[in-house]
Design a protein around this ligand. Structure first.
Ligand code: ATP
Length: 797
């Protein structure tokens, strides 16, 4: 990288300026101009005030590195800007005079000093050599440690071009930069601009962004005349009007308000979703960032609908950047992989669902052994891989969604830098983005319903969603310990979360009254992710304002009259408290009134600024309405949904999800409920489970199917299968030996005694193997029974 050519060119140009022909003729490094020369260098960098302490120690350019140690020695560069100038100066020295003596290598001390001062300049790193000043690489061994030409970053098509050199060939720009040494004022101002740009880039993309997307009412909901109870306003707030019944059967509305970074209503297109979620992250993927975008929400709320277009859009923009003059000479390539986590196990969706193993290397880097990565160089290929992967996903049918995801699907786009000579596969990670389509959040309910397999699936999903939330929260609080080991999902994502990371959570919600409880749970989950965030603003589920119906209102009807003006906030809360005291059994009201004050008081309005890059995308818009085939939004009717339970969640056996196109509603799902398969008890037990996702949820609320027992059962299952496989192999080996023995004994003159002894040995071996497998099987059966008893204890029928 950079290579001797570049250095000698730079050295020549610097020598022209500082040495032979330049204004500082006597100051050529290594020359006897020595002290005066160093003083002039410092002056040229606006650091003349640093010369006096040096003078007493005898000025020598070898002392320059020590000047970074002001924290230790009490002199030298004091501010980040001074340090930056000093570094630039030393870099220039390195190009020029130092080549005649020894190269400057920063000492551990100077590095530490930089770290202490919070000083990190990516554009300096490369000039000192690969990774030498790469402080980020210290806690992130996986990332690229080679020099990525930094100048390019300012010219990203995603960042407004203020430099005026956008579009110039990189080499030309670099060469002109090397030849031109700016005058002092120019130097300082360009430095300031760079610093500002870097800060702006950092700040524009929040570390964690929580976005809510509401889908329109679907055909089935419309035909049932379900109410739309979700109201979005100001693109940042969402109100859920929860229909409720009092003990005397009069209807009222509880209003729950939340605020997030973005709230997208039912009219928002997938294109706009991309713009506010993933698009701002793409340029920083090229700046050694690992990003994660995931969709969370109940089944049928639109996670897959939302997630599926995103990787394709992202790859379009990544390709655009790869071909941009800034990057096209960098030998960057894009790689794609797609796998799913199903029942705590990993499967490669692009490799016939090959089972994958997760391993941790010595540097605690998680490797997915056997995962196929494919190099992609155009959008069409990306699309084909995504379609292939989608068709291999495990899905089942729920009452809400005919093709419901039963797994977490993870699609990763990885930018790697390849060296000139090595084979194709080898490349250093520059940055990556993972897209995760999570399984339906209500799957935790499956821990007590359905068959055993579905319960285990549900428990695993439940556990992983809680673990994910815990990890995100820990990350946002810069906690040292991130509980990655909480689940397979978080373990797999570990690499994406450490170091320079960005996370976008898209919470998908359904608008219909029947999904109210799930919608609230989703919003509370999202709120928990953001609520305690020091960077996040969250207008919390802040009021419980009962709508008291007029006398002639039917007990089962409600409307959306905004009661906040009639009832001051305090009244709502008081009412809520009274309802608890009066033994009101509604969990939501109780839950709400237990909200920690820290959350409810956090009403900051500061929203993150997402740089607008819409002028850079002239792609066809994918309209959510119209060409998507999805249902059109229709204003809610007046028919009541109070008392209706949430649609069914029974799942069918796994099938493949054949979705690239939108899916259509299957009316048949409803009749299953009508047939009485899904009775009230199942719904109430679901509700019981759903409460474990509530605001105050913690892992212990998962009940008996939590970490210990679930992990144990999954491990035992794994061990049983492995033992069975080994038993088959051993048996086959024994059978081969038996066949050989038989053929030998049939030979004329064979020893029958020998045959008897050997057969005896082989049969005992076979029997021992079978007994051992039977014992393991019995143990496993026992564990399953225990699990079943625990589940039933938890949700008595
Ligand atoms: N914003 C939207 N606009 C139009 N249709 C939508 C929207 N969101 C979802 N849909 C439609 O709703 C149905 C369910 O969506 P989807 O499969 O994305 O749900 P999901 O949350 O992924 O469910 P599961 O967790 O069960 O997989 C699909 O037919 C989809 O086309």
């Amino acid at each position: 990288m950079g290579g001797p050519m570049r250095q000698s060119k730079a050295a020549d140009s610097l020598y022209d300026q500082y040495g032979a022909g330049g204004p500082y003729q006597n100051a050529a490094p290594g020359s006897d101009g020595g002290d005066a020369g160093v003083a002039r260098w410092l002056q040229s960098a606006g650091l003349q005030h640093l010369t006096s302490p040096m003078a007493s120690a005898g000025i020598d350019h070898h002392h320059l590195p020590n000047m970074l140690l002001q924290d230790v020695k009490g002199y030298g560069a004091q501010t980040a800007e001074e340090k930056q100038r000093l570094f630039n100066l030393m870099r220039d020295l390195n190009f020029n005079g130092e080549s005649t003596t020894e190269s400057y290598l920063p000492t551990a001390q100077s590095l530490a000093a930089c770290a202490l001062g919070g000083f990190y300049l990516p554009d300096i790193r490369g000039d000192f050599g690969a990774g030498l000043l790469d402080l980020q690489a210290m806690d992130d061994t996986e990332l690229l440690s080679e020099h990525v030409i930094p100048e390019s970053l300012g010219f990203s098509p995603f960042v407004p071009d203020t430099s005026g050199v956008f579009g110039n060939d990189l080499d030309t720009a670099a060469a002109s930069r090397q030849q031109k040494v700016p005058a002092e004022s120019e130097f300082s101002s360009s430095l300031a601009v760079n610093e500002k740009e870097n800060n702006a880039k950092e700040n524009n993309v929040a570390k964690i962004k929580v976005v809510v997307r509401k889908r329109p009412l679907n055909r089935k909901e419309l035909s049932r005349k379900e109410e739309d109870i979700v109201e979005v306003f100001d693109n940042a707030y969402v109100t859920v009007h929860e229909p409720k019944l009092k003990v005397d059967l009069t209807a009222y509305i509880e209003k729950h308000e939340f605020g997030f970074d973005e709230v997208l209503d039912e009219n928002v297109t997938n294109d706009e979703v991309y713009r506010v979620t993933v698009e701002p992250i793409i340029p920083i993927i090229f700046q050694r960032t690992k990003a994660t975008c995931f969709a969370y929400g109940q089944t049928g709320s639109g996670k897959t609908f939302t997630m599926q277009p995103l990787p394709l859009r992202a790859s379009e923009d990544i390709f655009r950047l790869l071909h941009h003059p800034s990057y096209r000479n960098q030998r960057f390539k894009l790689w794609l992989s797609y796998f799913e986590i199903y029942g705590g196990k990993l499967y490669d969706l692009l490799s016939n669902r090959k089972k994958l193993m997760m391993r941790e290397d010595g540097h605690q880097q998680v490797c997915i052994v056997g995962l196929q990565e494919f190099e992609v160089s155009d959008v069409q290929t990306v699309k084909e891989y995504i379609e292939k992967g989608n068709s291999a996903r495990s899905t089942g049918s729920t009452g809400v969604n005919e093709e419901s995801s039963r797994s977490h699907a993870i699609l990763q786009l990885v930018v790697k830098k390849h060296s000139e000579v090595t084979e194709a596969k080898v490349g250093k990670l520059v940055g990556k983005i993972s897209f995760i389509d999570l399984a339906g959040s209500e799957r935790g309910a499956d821990t007590t319903d359905n068959d055993r397999q579905t319960r285990i699936e549900g428990a695993e999903i439940n556990k992983s969603l809680l673990a994910l939330k815990e990890c995100i929260r820990a990350l946002d609080h810069d906690k040292i310990h991130i509980p990655f080991r909480g689940s397979k999902l978080t373990e797999v994502l570990r690499n994406s979360f450490v170091g320079n990371s960005r996370t976008v959570m898209i919470s998908c919600i359904s608008p219909n009254a029947g999904s109210c409880e799930h919608t609230l749970n989703t919003l509370r989950y999202a709120d928990r992710v953001k609520c305690l965030s020091k960077s996040g603003h969250t207008k919390k589920d802040q009021t419980v304002i009962p709508f008291l119906p007029t006398k002639d209102a039917l007990p089962t009807s409600f409307d959306y009259e905004d009661t906040s003006s009639k009832f001051p906030e305090g009244n709502g809360l008081d009412w809520g408290r009274r309802s608890v005291e009066a033994g009101h059994s509604n969990n939501s009201a109780v839950e709400f009134n237990r909200q920690p004050p820290s959350c409810t008081s956090n009403h900051s309005t500061g929203r993150e600024q997402i740089p607008s890059i819409s002028n850079t995308t002239d792609r066809e818009k994918t309209e959510m309405r119209g060409n998507s085939g999805g249902p059109k939004y229709v204003p809610s009717g007046t028919h009541s949904s109070i008392g209706k339970e949430d649609p069914v969640h029974k799942v069918s056996s796994p099938r493949r999800k054949s979705s690239w196109e939108d899916k259509t509603e299957i009316p048949g799902n409803r009749s299953r409920k009508d047939n009485g398969i899904f009775d009230a008890s199942s719904t109430s037990s679901q509700r019981q489970n759903l409460n474990s996702f509530s605001t105050n949820s913690s892992n212990k609320e998962l009940g008996p199917l939590t970490d210990g027992s679930l992990n144990a059962i999954l491990e035992e299952e794994e061990a049983l299968l492995a033992a069975h496989r080994k038993e088959i192999e051993d048996t086959m080996e024994t059978v081969r030996e038996e066949l050989k023995l038989l053929s030998e004994v049939e030979q004329p003159g064979s020893q029958i005694d020998n045959y008897v002894t050997q057969l005896c040995f082989l049969l005992s071996r076979k029997a021992a193997g079978l007994v051992s497998l039977q014992a393991r099987l019995a143990r496993f059966q026992h564990r399953l029974k225990e699990l079943e008893i625990l589940s039933r204890k938890r949700a008595p029928r």
